[in-house]
Design a protein around this ligand. Structure first.
Ligand SMILES: Cc1cc2nc3c(=O)[nH]c(=O)nc-3n(C[C@H](O)[C@H](O)[C@H](O)COP(=O)(O)OP(=O)(O)OC[C@H]3O[C@@H](n4cnc5c(N)ncnc54)[C@H](O)[C@@H]3O)c2cc1C
Length: 489
C-alpha cells in the first residue's frame, strides 16, 4: 500500500525546502524526499574533524522584506543568523583591490577611483534603479509568467504598467547599456564587469540581459554571510517544515514518477511508493527524463534538449590557521590566464569570518573556492587524466590564493582538497554535475526558461533549471510562487 500525501516535493535544496515548508505551514500534508543524507543540494556542506565547509554556494542575498528570503522568513515566522557585510566583496586584480562597498555612493566613488569616467555614476544609479523595480514587480506578481488566462488577467493592474519598460532590458545585453553610458571601450572595466557577471548571471556582458545584469551587479550591496554555513538557513526552513507536521525522508532518491489519472505516484530507492495530488520537482530538468514516462518524459526530454548547456564548478577547500581579521568573507581573484581545465580567468573565494566558530575553531578559518568549468571535460576523462588534471588545477588555484593573500601565505593549511563536476554529480545527483542552472542570455532569458507550471495537472517544476533561474533568492521565489498557485486552487 502506498502512503498518500497532499503534496510531494522532490529535493531538499533551497527550492524544495522552501516549497515544502510553505505547504506544511498552510496545513498541507507534505512529503519532502531527498536523495542525499545531507540537506542543501548545491548549498550544502561537509565536515572534516572540527571544520565545516560550504560545498558549493556561500553567499546569501534577497533577504530584505520585499525579497524572496525575507518574505519566506516572515511567512514561516523564522529567522536566519546572518551578517550584512559592509564590504560585499573584494576583487583582487591587476588594478589592486577593488572594494565592493555595500553602500551605493561609497561603491560609486570606489569604482570611479579605479575606472574614472564622467558617466560611471549614471550607469550604477541606473542599475540600482532597475534592480529595485524588478524586486517590486516580482514581489507583487506571484503568477508571473502567466500560465493561464486568469494569470494574464491578474497581471493587468496599473502598478505593472511601469514594468513594461523593463521588457527592453530582457532582450538587450548589458553591452547595450555600457555603450549607452560610453563605458564599453575600457578593457579593464569590461573585464571587471564580465568577471562579476559570470558569477552572478553565468554569462558575460555581450549576452547577459541588462535586467538580469542589474540584479547580478548590484548584489554585493546586499550580501549576507550565513553563520555556520549556507546550509544553516535550510536547516531552519526544514525545522519549520517538520514542526508543522511535514514528513522528511533523506538518503532516499525518487527513482520513478508515474501519472495515474489525478494522482502522482513515485517509487523510491528504498522500494517505497507514495502518491500525491501535487508533485513538485526541484531537481534539474536534465534529470527528469530518466525518472518519468510517456508524455511527461517527452516533455522533459524536449526541455533538456532545448536548454542543453549549464556550467560545472571546480572547487577547492581548505582550513587555515590564522588570527588575521580580514575585511570581508568574499573575494574574487582575477588570474592572468584561463585557469587550467576551467573556463574562467577568475575564482571566487569565501573565507569564514573570525567569529564564526560554527565553521572553524577559534584561530582557524575555512576556505571554499569555486570557478567555472565545463562538465564534459571532467566527466569524459579517464581516471588517470582526471586525477592529474584535478591536482594541476588545485595547485594553480592555491598558488594564486597565496599570491593574493600574502599575509596568509605561511599559515598552516589543512584538509586541502578539490571537487569537480564528478563530485557534484555524485553528491547532488545533478546529471553530469551541471550546476548553476541555465545561464541567462538574451536568447535564453528568464521568460523562456522552463515554466514552474507544467502541462500536466498537479505537476510543478521549481529549482534553478526553471523560472526564474539560479541562485538561492530566485529558487525560493519560484518555490513560493508555486505554493501560492497550489493554495489558490
Ligand atoms: C559552486 C557554486 C557556487 C554558488 N554560489 C552561490 C552563492 O554564493 N549564492 C547563491 O545564491 N547561489 C549560489 N549558487 C547557486 C545556488 O547554489 C543554486 O542555484 C541553488 O542552491 C539551487 O537550489 P535548488 O534547490 O534549485 O537545487 P539543488 O541545490 O541542486 O537541490 C536539489 C536537491 O535534489 C536532490 N535530488 C536530486 N535528485 C534527486 C532524486 N532523484 N530524488 C530525491 N532527491 C534528489 C539533490 O540531492 C539536492 O539536494 C552556487 C552554485 C554553485 C554550484
Amino acid at each position: 500500500m502506498s502512503q498518500h500525501f497532499d503534496s510531494i516535493v522532490i529535493g531538499a535544496g533551497y527550492a524544495g525546502a522552501a516549497a515544502a515548508a510553505l505547504l506544511a505551514n498552510n496545513a498541507k500534508d507534505t512529503l519532502l524526499i531527498e536523495a542525499h543524507y545531507a540537506l542543501g543540494g548545491c548549498a550544502s556542506f561537509f565536515r572534516r574533524k572540527h571544520f565545516f565547509f560550504d560545498s558549493g554556494a556561500t553567499t546569501l542575498s534577497g533577504v530584505l522584506p520585499n525579497q524572496p528570503l525575507g518574505q519566506l522568513q516572515k511567512q514561516l515566522g523564522i529567522s536566519f543568523q546572518l551578517s550584512h557585510l559592509p564590504i560585499g566583496m573584494i576583487i583582487k586584480s591587476k588594478q589592486g583591490d577593488i572594494i565592493r562597498y555595500a553602500d551605493k555612493n561609497q561603491w560609486i566613488q570606489e569604482c570611479n577611483t579605479h575606472f574614472p569616467h564622467p558617466q560611471q555614476a549614471d550607469f550604477w544609479n541606473e542599475l540600482y534603479r532597475l534592480e529595485k523595480k524588478v524586486w517590486d514587480i516580482v514581489a507583487n506578481n506571484p503568477f508571473f509568467p502567466p500560465a493561464t488566462a486568469t494569470d494574464i488577467f491578474r497581471l493587468a493592474k496599473p502598478s505593472n504598467l511601469k514594468g513594461i519598460t523593463l521588457l527592453k532590458g530582457i532582450i538587450s545585453p548589458l553591452d547595450a547599456l555600457l555603450k549607452h553610458y560610453r563605458l564599453h571601450d575600457n578593457p579593464q572595466f569590461r573585464r571587471f564587469i564580465d568577471e562579476q557577471l559570470i558569477i552572478s548571471t553565468q554569462s558575460y556582458a555581450d549576452t547577459a540581459p541588462y535586467i538580469t545584469s542589474a540584479m547580478g551587479l548590484t548584489y554585493p550591496s546586499q550580501t549576507y554571510y550565513p553563520y555556520g554555513g549556507i546550509v544553516q538557513p535550510v536547516k531552519v526552513i526544514i525545522n519549520s517544515f517538520t514542526d508543522n507536521g511535514g514528513t522528511l525522508r533523506t538518503n532516499e532518491a525518487v527513482t520513478a514518477i508515474h501519472k495515474q489519472k489525478n494522482t502522482w505516484l513515485i517509487h523510491t530507492s528504498k522500494g517505497k511508493t507514495f502518491t500525491a495530488k501535487n508533485l513538485i520537482s526541484s531537481i534539474p530538468v536534465w534529470n527528469m527524463p530518466s525518472i518519468t514516462h510517456d508524455e511527461v518524459r517527452q516533455y522533459y526530454h524536449k526541455k533538456a534538449k532545448r536548454f542543453d548547456f549549464s556550467w560545472g564548478a571546480f572547487m577547492v577547500y581548505f582550513a587555515i590557521e590564522t588570527k588575521e581579521s580580514l575585511p570581508t568573507a568574499y573575494y574574487q581573484i582575477h588570474t592572468e590566464e584561463i585557469i587550467p581545465h576551467c573556463q574562467s580567468r577568475s575564482f571566487f573565494a569565501t573565507i569564514s569570518l573570525s567569529d564564526d566558530t560554527g565553521k572553524a575553531p577559534a584561530g582557524w578559518k575555512t576556505v571554499t573556492i569555486s570557478t567555472h568549468t565545463l562538465t564534459r571535460h571532467w566527466m569524459e576523462m579517464n581516471d588517470h587524466d582526471y586525477h592529474h588534471a584535478k591536482h594541476q588545477t588545485l595547485e594553480y588555484i592555491m598558488q594564486h590564493f597565496d599570491k593574493h593573500f600574502p599575509q596568509l601565505r605561511h599559515c598552516k593549511k589543512e584538509w586541502i582538497n578539490a571537487a569537480t563536476p564528478r563530485t557534484f554529480s555524485h553528491y547532488t545527483h545533478r546529471l553530469n554535475g551541471n550546476v548553476g542552472g541555465i545561464p541567462h542570455s538574451i536568447k535564453q532569458n528568464f521568460l523562456t526558461l522552463p515554466h514552474n507550471v507544467t502541462p500536466f495537472k498537479g505537476l510543478y517544476h521549481i529549482g534553478d533549471s526553471a523560472f526564474p533561474g539560479q541562485g538561492t533568492p530566485s529558487v525560493v521565489l519560484g518555490a513560493s510562487n508555486v505554493v501560492q498557485r497550489i493554495l489558490q486552487e
